[in-house]
Write a new protein. Structure first.
Lengths: 379, 379
């Protein structure tokens, strides 16, 4: 795509931006906005999720199990205390974060994590009240656990989003070696679950009273859902999932629907063998978008804010394998254009979030991971 | 996009394919199909449109005004006789071709062209009966002319498609220097018109009996429409238009609708000034897709055939400035994925068509233009 050339056309200016003396600040010129990347924090160990606290501070989860605190732009050396022990094996660890909708009153922080051992583990959801000084979680409790154990450290899902109705949605994965379980309503593997803020089951969940189905299940037939967000234009719930080779998808989640994995897929297995002959089947949903080749999508956020007026309503998705940031233009619930940003950065992007200050923030996935902020440059 | 890397990953094999002794045949490896490019004809002077005749022969229009005949894979040196004189200035000349739905009986060939002088010209539609030997057009007549003259050689539109109801649709442009006329129903500039096969106005055209409107107008508010095709999945009529900088669009054409140019646009003027502050307005349609940066889309074809089973239903669009071939995956009337093909070719693509033999054919835009055929390679 020609967008790549444009994104790569970096203008290196000296002295225009506030920067370390003698340093040069790259300006990323893109179709709708020019921006610089500011490193807010570095030395993060595989950071996975960030949550913007009121007042400009941030929580950042590190996959190995630590919850970190960024105070007025500076990473505190000590982790927040009070978290449970997480299983840190391969993709497993401390994963997504979300704040309670009434966080200022309740101080509840929600976190997804892997629990157990390498031979028997599952995704869990916990919460704890963050102390006023941001140094500890108190009253920590586990609200939900996937109801069967699996082996190995693959496909945990792990993103959390609160809905306007006060319920939360937690994304899960098929466990990697257990793909057929994504078509089994009897367990939570390969589903997205919906819970009340205290972990109980909402009465209006699609399988709340179905015999043989897990009542927490909201949607099913997923492979590994690691991005979820509300579309503010329409109120619909968008999610993306890691597919097999050539089968990453974006779906609009509607209660009770089956998204088809592994019965239908646009991708093939990593070894080149087919997953399925079919891309369509009755009773199974079609994606809004798929990537072929795969980019390994990692997070999603719809932009709303004042910093980037020309990005209003746009959808941003991070790419791990793809090492870029995707921008989609959205019309209602349709994607109508796309641009690839930050292709020249050479970093796996694990999280993308919009903070109340109107900036986009990113986490890069590495042992020396960074938290980055996009600052608009007005040409 | 990562598709680019894959498209560029050409495997050069020797001897595997039937080829000139000692020659090497490039195999283009893409996500759903591998193929080679076969040069059917070369030395074409800015070829613009091709029409596949029954029995495997082809007509090719050259912008300067010649209609060429490709007989069993060989370009005849002499042009088909009988065409009117065309105005050949800049973008003007002999443009789109289409065969009558009952061509085997009627032998009618339809052609769009520019007529007049550099200071006063318009798009016209003609037809003539092709002799059995393909050497001449007889009974040539002009069926339609844009009702006002314009100066300079810009924005003629010029694609023709027959609809299942037997009517034909001809795409037009805003004339380049006359953009505001695209919002004026009193002339044909910036519209798409619908005609009976004899050039008369269909009784059910949206403005057939509207006072002050041209009765041929089917849709309006266009800039320069140079691709049009039926979506066989849905029966809807898709068209793309050249936008300003960053504003190329694909639209689904519905009778009587206003597509907004220049009142709304996703692009800006070539000199960087805005076309309009708005991308949306009441009573004006939103595109299915837009390109930013622009690619200069040149033609469109939905693939149906046996040669490329994994491309069934996909939409192909040529890019002039972009110098590639776009493949879109389509679900109903939505685009759900995209791939960029032939990025490494370095040729402006002017036409893309699917012939009854199931092959995709391309025309490259240059003084030494080529007609190319995509042949599938089974790995």
């Amino acid at each position: 795509m020609r967008a790549m050339a444009s994104t790569l056309a970096l203008l290196v200016l000296s002295g225009m931006m506030p920067a370390t003396a003698g340093a040069q600040t790259e300006i990323f010129e893109t179709e709708q906005a020019d921006f610089t990347l500011v490193t807010v924090a570095e030395g993060l160990d595989h950071p996975w999720s960030l949550a913007a606290l009121p007042g400009g501070n941030f929580l950042v989860s590190e996959r190995a199990g630590a919850l970190r605190y960024v105070e007025q732009g500076t990473l505190r050396p000590e982790a927040v205390t009070g978290l449970p022990r997480v299983m840190n094996d391969n993709q497993g660890g401390l994963l997504g974060l979300a704040l309670h909708p009434d966080f200022e009153t309740t101080r509840w922080v929600y976190f997804a994590y892997s629990e157990g051992s390498s031979s028997a583990n599952h995704t869990a959801l916990g919460r704890g009240r963050l102390s006023e000084d941001g140094r500890a979680l108190h009253e920590v409790e586990t609200l939900f656990r996937v109801n069967i154990d699996k082996a190995r450290g693959y496909h945990f899902g792990g993103r959390i989003v609160f809905q306007p109705d006060g319920t939360l949605v937690l994304t899960l994965g098929d466990g990697g070696l257990y793909r057929d379980e994504a078509q089994n309503l009897g367990n939570h593997l390969g589903s997205v679950v919906r819970l009340n803020d205290d972990g109980t089951v909402p009465f209006d969940n699609p399988y709340a009273s179905a015999r043989g189905a897990q009542p927490e299940i909201y949607t099913w037939g997923h492979r590994n859902v690691q991005g979820i967000a509300f579309n503010p234009q329409t109120g619909s719930l968008w999610a993306h999932e890691h597919g097999p080779r050539g089968g990453d998808e974006i779906n609009i989640l509607e209660p009770g629907r089956n998204y088809g994995w592994p019965a239908i897929s646009y991708g093939i297995n990593y070894d080149g063998t087919p997953v399925s002959d079919a891309t369509h089947a009755d009773g199974m949903e079609q994606p809004v978008w798929f990537w072929d080749p795969s980019i390994a999508p990692s997070a999603m956020a719809f932009y709303q804010g004042e910093e980037f007026p020309d990005w209003q309503g746009d959808l941003f998705i991070g790419a791990l394998a793809g090492e870029h940031l995707v921008r989609f233009e959205i019309e209602g619930d349709r994607i109508i254009s796309t641009e690839e940003l930050l292709s020249g950065l050479g970093e796996r992007i694990r999280d993308v979030a919009v903070a109340p200050d109107g900036h986009l923030y990113l986490l890069t996935d590495s042992r020396d991971g960074r938290m980055l902020r996009l600052d608009r440059v007005i040409p």
